[in-house]
Design a protein around this ligand. Structure first.
Ligand code: ADP
Ligand code: MG
Length: 378
């Protein structure tokens, strides 16, 4: 029996009959491009949200988490009505969205466990949503495709929880494949699975700094992208998203009031870097990745202004450590983690060195782990 099963039994007085898991994800490149209908390249990581559950024969859905106190108690026939602890808004949103799509929810007890850092830009929210959907589907005897599940969970986070996130997280958690990165076009929702070079592993280097101004700054960046589109439209250059702006438009863009030209430049050049990365990965040109990742980090720091001194120090520490191939901040920024590609046979050496390097530069303890690119949720 696992400790999750034990925990379930301690809370609910019987054995679980449903066990599901959903991985976190880290974005290799393509930052702040998703809501501009651009390109991203995430991989699923071997850290998971796991849920043990069992039908309870009532019309109540009861949710607990090891990570938080409190119980969420939803009525299966009216899941939107309950007032729940803040953490439970995510699974509640999934229940509400499933029931809006005509799934008749069944009474179930569920306990959530996770070894995925929360709020570090590794998509614990999407992993929780996808895992919760799997539980609700199984209890109700229905089954969505991974793609439909991703769309539904995204809708739950945007419409119900009220987080204006792009589609990448739920797609990565649901659709990634072992040993591959997911090339995702956030406009067409076309996907390609790109095999990663065999000798490379992924190291996640968490600064230990949680986003504080993150939510309002994220909203501000999204607004600036809208403002840039409106500014272009007034001058006769109509584009439905920054995805459609090209370097040929840059002369016009440079006339915008600061900081808009820098925001646009980031999005335009970042989309190009996703394509460059995909080509380098496909062609096995691993050494090119260092410069592409650095250019992405610099652009996020200087043009998009979402990095922090800790993220900058982490990139420096990572690149100075043995085995590092490429490093950049990942996720929305204002705290969170750096993603590093490392030679697999040097990953232990790397992890030890980067921890020391980060401590020396910042006086802070980060959190570090290596991961394979793993399989998305079934
Ligand atoms: P990220 O997705 O980058 O980890 P978010 O702020 O988007 O950060 O999502 C974090 C939120 O997801 C938490 O505040 C909590 O509400 C929910 N969450 C994540 N993991 C768990 C968990 N193990 N148990 C309960 N809620 C969780
Ligand atoms: Mg999230």
């Amino acid at each position: 029996m696992t400790s999750l099963d034990d925990g379930f039994t301690a809370h609910f007085g019987r054995r679980p009959t449903i066990r599901v898991q959903a991985p976190g994800r880290v974005n290799l490149i393509g930052e702040h491009t998703d809501y501009n209908e651009g390109l991203v390249l995430p991989v699923a990581i071997s850290r998971y949200v796991r849920i043990a559950a069992a039908p309870n024969g009532t019309d109540h859905i009861r949710l607990r988490s090891f990570a938080y106190s409190g119980v969420a108690d939803l009525r299966a026939d009216a899941p939107a009505e309950a007032s729940v602890p803040a953490w439970a808004r995510y699974p509640q949103g999934v229940a509400v969205t499933l029931s809006r799509r005509g799934v008749r929810l069944a009474g179930v007890d569920a306990l959530i466990d996770s070894d995925l850092p929360i709020g570090s830009g590794l998509s614990s929210s999407a992993a929780l949503e996808v895992a919760a959907s799997l539980v609700f589907e199984q209890a109700a005897g229905s089954h969505l495709s991974p793609r439909d599940r991703a769309m539904l969970c995204h809708e739950a986070e945007v419409e119900f929880v009220g987080v204006p996130c792009g589609i990448m997280d739920q797609f990565a958690v649901s659709l990634c494949r072992r040993g591959r990165a997911l090339f995702l076009d956030c406009r067409s929702l076309e996907t390609h699975h790109l095999p990663l070079p065999a000798g490379l592993a992924i190291a996640v280097c968490d600064t230990g700094v949680r986003r504080t101004v993150g939510d309002s700054a994220y909203a501000a960046r999204r607004r600036e992208c809208e403002d840039a589109l409106a500014w272009l439209a007034v001058r006769g250059r109509h584009a439905s998203a920054l995805r459609d702006v090209t370097l040929d438009d840059m002369r016009l863009i440079e006339e915008m009031p600061d900081p808009l030209p820098r925001r646009v430049r980031h999005v335009v050049t970042e989309n190009a870097r996703v394509i460059e990365t995909a080509r380098a990965v496909e062609g096995g040109e691993v050494t090119r990745l260092r410069d592409i990742f650095l250019a992405s980090h610099d652009s996020l720091r200087d043009d998009y202004e979402v990095s922090t001194p800790e993220l900058d120090a982490m990139v420096e520490a990572a690149l100075a450590s043995p085995g590092a191939v490429a490093a950049r901040m990942t996720g929305a920024g204002f705290g969170g983690a750096v993603v590093t590609l490392v030679h697999r046979d040097r990953q232990s050496e790397f992890l030890e060195a980067v921890a020391g390097g980060y401590r020396r530069r910042t006086d802070r303890e980060g959190a570090f782990f290596a991961s394979e690119a793993t399989e998305g949720s079934p």
